[in-house]
Structure formats: C-alpha cells, structure tokens
Write a protein that binds this ligand. Structure first.
Ligand SMILES: [Zn+2]
Length: 155
C-alpha cells in the first residue's frame, strides 16, 4: 500500500481535497470540514464527524459533564454527613474533656484551617460535634474568637 507512505503534507492535502460523509448529520462535506487526527498507527485520518457537528457534540458533552458535576457535588454532601456520623463514634472514645470549659488555646486550634474536625476533636479530647458546634458559635459570635486570640485589639 503506497498510500501508507505518503508524506504528511501530501496526506493532509489529499484529506482536505476528499469528500466525506459525516456520521452525525449524514451530509457529504469536503475534507476541509473535518478535523484531521493521527490514529494509533501514526497515520493521518479525518475524524468521523464534521466540524459543526463536533461543536454541537462538544456542547452536549459539556452539558452532561456539568450536570454530572452537580450531581456529584450533591453526593459529596451526603458523604460528608456519613463521614461525620462515622467519626462521632471514634471521637466519643477520646472525648475526655467534653464537659470542660473551652480555653483560648483550644479555640485557637478549632479555628485552624489546616486540620480536619476529627483531628481537632482527637487533639482536644472533645467530640466531633462539640468541635463543629463551637466552630459554628465562633463564626456567629466574634467575642469567642477574641478568646482564641483572633481579632485582637477589637476589645
Ligand atoms: Zn456533521
């Protein structure tokens, strides 16, 4: 097959000059209306769908992907709840300080962004939910953050 050994520029010229039926819209179009791709054998071919069809396919794909991402994010939320439910048990065992009053250094720890709630709970000997609860309170009540040394000078 001599065709196999055409030079690449020659091959591109042949492809562009050819006529091809798009597998999506079914129209016969010039090879210039199709994107050229290199197959795994290293040879150049025209893709099966014309350029305008690929734009539509791309938009549809993006739409599917977006709804997938949204559905996935929704699923993540569920996972987060399940994850918290799992951790409340592990932190219950280590929660020896649970009824003690919160101290400034403790507050400093729970306001950190580099630790997970479970890690904080284990470090402090408090339960998962006492940590999430106090974090929520800190966000609502700036005075608690002052206790933690955050926003010093606002007193
Ligand atoms: Zn088409």
């Amino acid at each position: 097959m001599s065709k196999r050994y055409e030079s690449e520029p020659e091959r591109r010229k042949v492809l562009r000059a050819s006529t091809k039926k798009c597998t999506r819209c079914g129209e016969f179009k010039s090879g210039a209306d199709f994107t050229i791709y290199r197959s795994s054998d290293g040879y150049l071919y025209l893709i099966s769908r014309c350029k305008p069809c690929m734009v539509i396919v791309g938009a549809e794909y993006k739409k599917i992907n977006t709804s997938y991402a949204e559905a996935h994010a929704e699923g993540q939320k569920g996972n987060k709840r399940a994850w918290a439910a799992k951790h409340i048990h592990t932190t219950l065992e280590t929660a020896t300080n649970n009824n003690k009053e919160w101290t400034g250094p403790e507050m400093e720890i729970i306001l950190r962004e580099d630790l997970t709630v479970a890690e904080m709970a284990k470090m402090l000997g408090r339960t998962y939910y006492s940590v999430t609860g106090m974090r929520r309170q800190c966000r609502r009540d700036p005075r608690k953050q002052v206790l933690a040394g955050v926003e010093r000078g606002e007193l």
